[in-house]
Design a protein. Sequence first.
Length: 117
Amino acid sequence: MPRYLLSVYQPDGPVPPPEVLETVARDLDALNAELKAAGAWVFAGGLHPPGTATVLRVRDGEVLITDGPFAEGKEHIGGFTIVSAPDLDAALEWGRRLARATTLPIEVRPFQDGPEA
């Protein structure tokens, strides 16, 4: 079955207040339970802030290592979910539900052909 990456785009800035985060965490837990029950859940995870990133680039045959995000922006990937879905429409429905749970923009992208789980 095809797999899709559901990327959660999070705005830079302060962390929302605890009452907002508690609601989001509750809704995400419920959605992950539904994904697992439906056999669609593959993997999910949240990420530390972009300032914790390390970027590796090849320049003149050498690998350079720099701290911080690859690109500065107003948004960053704050987390992701990987789902198995029979088609794009089914993946988009999971993306809609993830957008409702997180209240954040979600990008849905298919993986290229590869090994099945």
